[in-house]
Structures are given as structure tokens and as C-alpha cells.
Design a protein around this ligand. Sequence first.
Ligand code: GDP
Length: 716
Amino acid sequence: MSSVLNRSTSMMNGGEMYLGGATGEGGSGEGGGGGMSLRESLVGVLGARHLRESPTSSPLQIFVRAKKKINDIYQEIEEYVAETTHFLEGVHNDKDLIEEKGLQEFKLYSSKVAGIQEVLARDHMKVAFFGRTSNGKSTVINAMLGDKILPSGIGHTTNCFLQVEGDDTNEPYFTSEGSTEKQNLKGIGQLAHALCNNRLGDSSLVRIHWPKSRCPLLRDDVVLVDSPGIDVSESLDEWIDKHCLDADVFVLVANSESTLMNTEKNFFHKVSSKLSKPNIFILQNRWDMAATEPEFLNEVRKQHLERTLAFLVEELKVVQGPQAEQRVFFVSAKEVLQQRLNESKGQPNNTSGYPDGFTSRYFEFQDFERKFEECISKTAVITKFEQHTQRGKSIAGEIQLIVGKVMERSWQEREEKMAERHNLWARLDHTEKELHALTTQMKEKICSIVDDVERRVSNALNEEIRRLSVLVDEFNEPFHPDPLVLNVYKKTLHAHVESGLGSNLRARLSSALALNIESSQAEMTNRMLALLGPERRDLANTLLPRREPFEILYRLNCENLCADFQEDIEFKFSLGLVSLVQRMLGKASNRIVNSRHKENIPRSVPMTPLTPSNEPQFGVSQDDWSIISRFALASVGSQGTMGLALALGLMFKTVGWRLIVLTGGVYGCLYAYERLTWTNKAKERVFKKQYVDHATRKLRLIVDLTSHNCSHQVQQ
Ligand code: GDP
């Protein structure tokens, strides 16, 4: 962007530099070549001409270079616009950076720049020649071009505008106004003939396309326009509007044999009223004719100069005093044309046919050409390019502004995003810490819940074990001692105990535990959700698994646990000797076994706390008791008959036979009673009691395991 602006600025500065250097060269007076021999003068003239033709030294190059430069700048602007359009289309998705309307407006720059480039390509320097008929306008143009391009002379009057412009073709051609037909232009006679035949209006334009290769002046984008004589035409206003408003320089070709006519003056008054300070050069042509009367030459020249300067400075006010003298030249176009035609034909310089002062007139014509070139270059650069330069600058400025705004908005957005990112990082950090703390707390909570559950289950199970007899008593299936029926009875009893224990445990624990667990779960969820922003909470709620009501499974598996249960439902007389001994021994033994069992249960909750009465008595160990009982049973079994005889004999002798008979009777009655009451009901009672004892022992073994299992379920 800045490079475009800088280039554009430097172009303008460069233009001024050239233009500044173009001023200050004085015109050659009548005696310009006075001190030189004719040969030296001609060498100088030809040298100067050679210099004029050199493209680098020609003042016209100011315009040529400026045109190239401004075209290059516009080329850069065009690329820049395309690049920026592409960029803006890319960022358009982000509506905050540029809106659709802004983008569409920006796209218009492309066509605007293309339009200016098109105008620039057509831009050229235009010089228009005016004067009365036969003053020599066509001859001046031909002299400047160095060729007989326009018809001139007696018998021919230019009756329309003729524009001579350079063309890249090798053959010249002309086009009439309103037509694109290229008409051949073999010779000057053909053009004259065509112009006569066409009978064009005096404001119409015929364009003569002359090969640039044949004429150096046309190579540098100069367009020369010849006009019909201002003395014969009445439509001057139309002329000016149509052909003069874009002219950079006006050349009035006057006849030095007469004074400036009012028609000529009027025309330029009209021009200067329509254009501010037009560049006007006045050629006092046919100055060779004045050489025929050398004694009056200086006087006539002075007179002409005064009048012409007065016209330019005082009447038209288009130029200041000292510069005005640089705008008036005394020349002979006819001589210059002739001389240049000779040169182009390679004929030797023969000036003998010319009146005196040819060299100075030639110099003056060249001086005019140089001043004219400088002036037209300077003017055309300003008139043709200044506006485009300003437009280019403003386009570049506007684009800079738009891109600047986009950049500013993107910076703003970047800042916002950075702040947002910073906040998110801070929130994330905070959430991580909170989550960590929450996790620790929740772990602790879970641990305490697990311990609580374990303790509760253990207590409840122990309580249920204590109440096992009630549960077993509730079992009402028909009992029969037959082994097959008994097996089925046992299985059903296992199932009854298992389900009874399970439902009792659930009744005791479930509601309390579920409440505790659910409230803990709810607390965990709520605290987790609190860590999320409100906008994420709803989403998280949908992601959370649905909580099923929590149910602990108490897997007691009574069937396996009590698989080794073996009932003993044989009839045993309670006052029988064996029973008495067994009972006596069994009680003591049971107490020891019970106490031992209790020691084996790892739970800390004692079901039947040890009391002094449970402890082994008489200082006899379990092993000792078993030996004694075995001995007693053996003695009863093997020596029973003998012992009984001895005892009976001893009693008979001591208490008498009546008492013995009575005792025997009572004993017998008791036996009979017991034998008779040993029904299935009694067997069931004994069975159930044995079962309760067995199951109690076994269940106590799994209290720890079960409670741990339950707590594990809760933990999961
Ligand atoms: P236009 O009508 O203004 O275009 O004038 P022309 O260029 O056709 O010239 C008219 C006549 O004047 C021609 O015969 C020219 O040869 C002649 N003429 C033009 N310039 C000069 C000049 O500088 N000196 C002389 N002696 N005759 C000239």
C-alpha cells in the first residue's frame, strides 16, 4: 500500500522535477546564428535535430515516462485490489470482520481501477493548430512531423479537423468520424482527394493513423490536430467544445506578413473563457518573406512581438511577462519542411535557394519545438495524470482504511479471544482443583459409607442369626422322618431361611442404606454440576447415567452353607443312663465348643458375649471331657449288665423291694410316656433345634464375608 502511494507521490515529484528543468531556455533571436558560418550552423542544426530525435533527451519523454509510471502504479493497484478482494472474501465468513455490503462495495474497486487503466492507455498529448486559412497550419504540422502528411498549398483548404496520430502499423490509413473503416492512404494527393469528395462538415474529425516508425514525434504519444481556417468557419463554439477542451497546447499559426486579426483574437478569447489559462504558442509564420526587406526586419519583428505579447499578457492573461516571450516564435515552416524532406531523402544541404537568415529561422523553429514539447509534456502530465494520481491515491487510501479496519477488528477479536482463553484456563485450573478436592472428599465419604454399611450389615446379620429359631419355627412344611421326604424338607428349609434372612435384612437395612447412598450420590452429582457453567449443566444432566434404585444383594447361599447338616432324630430316653451321661458331658462340651467358635468368628460384634459361666469349668479341658465321656459310655455299654445287677442288689438290700418296684414302675411309666410322645412333631422340634444350632454356627462364620460383600457392592 505505502509503496503504491510512495511511487505515486514520487511520480508526481519526478514530473515536477522534469518540468522544472524544462524552463529557462531563452529563444534564439534573429541573430542567433550570427557568429557562425552557414556550414557550422547547419552542423549545429543537424546535431540539435539528432538530439531531438533521441528518445531519452526529448522533453516528451517526461510524459512518456510519467505515463509508464502511472500505468505501472495502476497495475500494482489492480494486483493489490485483486489480492485484497481475495483476502476479504476469505475473512468474509467472519461477519464481524467485514460485512457482505462492505465486501460488495470493495469489489467495485476492481472495475473502477480497470476503467482508469483504460483511460490511461488512451491518454496522449494533444496539440491543436489554429489560424486563418493559408497561414501555413498544415505546413507547420508537416514540418514538425518531417514529412508531407497533410495536404497544403494553393487549391487546398482544410475544411474539417484532421488529427494525426501514431500507429503501430507499417502503412498509413485514415478513418472518418463515425466510421471504423480504415481507408488507404497511399499519398497526400489521395487524402486531399478523399477530403474534397467526402464533403465533411467543418467540425467533423478525420483521423490519420501514421506509422510511428516513420515519425519520432508520433512515437511519443503526441497527437496533432489541424483545423479549418478560423476566418471561414462560424461554428467556433462547437469546435472548442468538441476538439479543444482536451487539448494540452494551442498553436496559433499567424501570418507575419500581416498583423493579428480579430478573428484570431476572438477565437482565443473564447478558448480562454472555457479553459483556465490555456497553453498558447504563437508562430509568426512566413518570416522568410520578411527577409526580402532586411532593413525593416528588426523593426517589424519588434512590432509583431509587442502586439502579440500584449495580446497574451494583457488581453488573454494566460501568461506572465517574461514567460510570454517564450511563447512567440518567428519561423518559416515552409523552409523547415523543405530542409527536413531533403534530409530524409539524404540530399546534400543546399541553402542557397533560401532567403537570408534561414539558419536563425531554423533555430527558432527548433526552439519552438523544444519549448512546445516541454510545455505539452508538463501540461499533459498534469491535466491527464494529476486527476488519476489523486484518484489512485484516494483508492489506495480507501483500501488502506478498509483493510486497516479489518485488521483493527481482527486485533480486537484476538484480544477478546485471548482474554476468553485466559478465563477458560483459569476456570479450568479452578475446576481441576475443585474436582480434585471433591474427589478426595467423595472418596472419604465413600469409605465412611462403606464402613457404615459393613457395620450395619454385620449387626443386622448377627441379630438375624440370633432370631434364626423364630425364622425356622415359621417354617410350616409337613415334616416326616423318612430320609427322602426329609431331604426335600431340608432343601425347602434352606430356601426358606435364605429368603427369610434376605427379606429381613432388606427390611432392616435397605431403606436406610438406600437413603444414605442416594443422598450421597445426589450430593456428588450436585457438587460436580456446580463446577460446570450454567450453560453446560443441562447438557451434563442429559449425559449422566440414570440412577436405578440401589438394592443390596445378600448372597447367603444357605443350601451350600448347611449342606453338611446331619440331623439326629433317633429316640433317646431322657432319663436313660447314656442320655444322662451324654447330657452332662455334652453340656460342658458344648459350652467349650461354643466359646471356641466365638473365638473363631473374626467379627468384633460378639453375639453371645463370653461370661464366666461359659468358660471351661472345673479346670477340665475339652480333650479331658471327651475322654471321660468315652470312658463312661464304654463302661455303661460293655459292663452294663454286671453293673446293673450289682446296683440292683445293693439297692434291694438297702431300701427294700417295695421301693425298688415303685421306682421301677415310675421309671417305666416315664419311659412309656416319652416313648409315646416321640411323635413326628417332637422329631420336627428336635430337627429344627438341631438345624438352628447348625445354621447359627455356619452363618456366624460368614458374617464378615457377607458384610464385606455388601459394603463392596455399595462401594461399586
Ligand atoms: P493552411 O491553410 O493554414 O493550412 O495553409 P497551408 O499550409 O496550406 O499553406 C498555404 C500556403 O502557404 C502554401 O502554399 C504554403 O506553401 C505556403 N506557406 C506556408 N508556410 C509558408 C512559409 O513559411 N513561407 C512561405 N513563403 N510560404 C508558406
